[in-house]
Design a protein around this ligand. Structure first.
Ligand code: NDP
Ligand code: GDP
Length: 345
């Protein structure tokens, strides 16, 4: 039985990757940071909570990382842990860099010190393309990060490449474009929208307040993206791959598609911070703009070209944009119904 250590086990991708690896017959060790309460909601949602061996691992603490690796003796490490929210990275840039950039280096150093044959996956991000220098973006596109988060991920990417080239580590960097699911954190725009739409439908909320509606993202389905992580580590040679759908949609389109799922057609009026999204039938305002969600620097458009992964890994995304929105709204409707009855997740 192969042993995998996943950092960030309590996050969206940690849950989907665990499920996928368990189905492949892996022994899965989930690394979590010690907090008052270990949150296993996402793992429970996928029904895998009881099959994970939990190991404490704090990315800020080198000795802690070493202890976890020495204890687990994994063949593969998937480094999914990060301070992953772009907006927060502007508020906490030093903390974000410590966790997301230097944290990656700590894991690589620990691998080098303990067993340099351990295969390493780094969760890199399309945010590294930032102010995009080409459209679509692929592995050869120049980076232009636009937030402390993106700069930190760029460090994580290059240090992984550097340890591969300098010390021969089997280190792969997966440049994943935004991927979403019912398990996406509520602070990210897609999940914020689908959860709010469900609450509006069930009479618990009047309005959804958003920031920049015209940002465009290449949104895929997280359950499919974790398969690419595993595929990268099964190749003969370590390499870096873009993982994306190749389609791009605006936040506005996402909002429209989500309301459509509950039978509401939105009509837009006004400009800038005065813009409103109204129910075309009743005229009721359902979406408005709150400048608190604007960012000091924005990433306007992301659209990935995953041809390399398709060819080399045989990876192909299947879930369409519309299906993804449908999956998320449907799941949030069930969740909110439970919450309404006081049952929670
Ligand atoms: P989440 O934000 O859902 O999960 C992040 C995980 O990191 C959580 O388990 C969190 O633990 C853990 N973590 C945070 N800080 C530390 C720390 N100091 N020490 C140890 N663990 C820590 O992210 P996703 O699952 O969505 O994404 C997985 C990875 O992929 C992240 O690195 C993200 O930046 C990257 N990525 C994600 C994309 C996406 O669209 N989802 C796109 C491209 C890259 P806790 O629960 O305690 O907070
Ligand atoms: P990101 O691509 O990692 O930054 O993912 P997010 O889901 O956080 O943001 C995607 C885009 O949605 C960005 O361009 C945001 O500025 C935009 N956006 C608009 N309104 C909101 C909001 O209320 N919350 C978040 N998180 N993003 C918003």
């Amino acid at each position: 039985m192969k042993r995998a250590l996943i950092t960030g086990i309590t996050g969206q991708d940690g849950a989907y990757l665990s499920k996928f690896l368990l189905e492949k017959g892996y022994d899965v060790y989930g690394a979590f940071r010690r907090t008052a309460d270990l949150n296993v909601n996402k793992l429970r949602f996928l029904g895998v909570e009881d099959r994970i061996h939990f190991v404490p691992l704090e990315l800020l603490e080198y000795s802690n990382i070493c202890k976890a690796i020495e204890k687990v003796r994994p063949e593969e490490i998937y480094n999914l842990a990060a301070q992953s929210f772009v907006s927060l990275s502007f508020e906490e840039p030093v903390f974000t860099s410590e966790v997301t950039a230097i944290g990656t280096l700590r894991v690589l150093e620990a691998i080098r010190a303990i067993n340099s044959r351990i295969k390493f996956y780094q969760a890199s991000s399309s945010e590294m393309f930032g102010k995009v220098q080409a459209k679509p973006q692929n592995e050869a596109t120049s980076f232009y990060p636009r937030s402390p988060y993106a700069v930190s991920k760029l460090f994580g990417h290059w240090i992984s490449v550097n340890y591969r080239e300098s010390y021969g580590l089997f280190a792969c960097s997966g440049i994943l474009f935004n991927h979403e699911s019912p398990l996406r954190g509520l602070e990210f725009v897609t999940r914020k929208i689908t959860y709010s739409v469900a609450r509006i439908k069930l009479g618990l909320q009047d309005e959804l307040k958003l920031g920049q509606l015209d940002s465009k993202r290449d949104w895929g389905y997280a359950a499919e993206y974790v398969q690419a992580m595993w595929l990268m580590l099964q190749q003969e040679k370590p390499d870096d791959y873009v993982i994306a759908t190749g389609e791009t949609h605006s936040v506005r389109e996402f909002v429209e598609a989500a309301f459509e799922q509950i039978g509401i057609k939105l009509e837009w009026s006004g400009k800038g911070v005065e813009e409103k999204g109204r129910d075309a039938k009743t005229g009721k305002t359902l979406v408005s703009i709150d400048p608190q969600y604007f960012r000091p620097a924005e990433v306007d458009l992301l659209m990935g070209d995953a041809s390399k992964a398709k060819k080399a890994l045989g990876w192909n995304p299947k879930t369409t944009f519309k299906d993804l929105v449908g999956i998320m709204v449907e799941s949030d409707l069930k969740l909110v119904e439970r919450e309404k009855k006081g049952k929670g997740l």
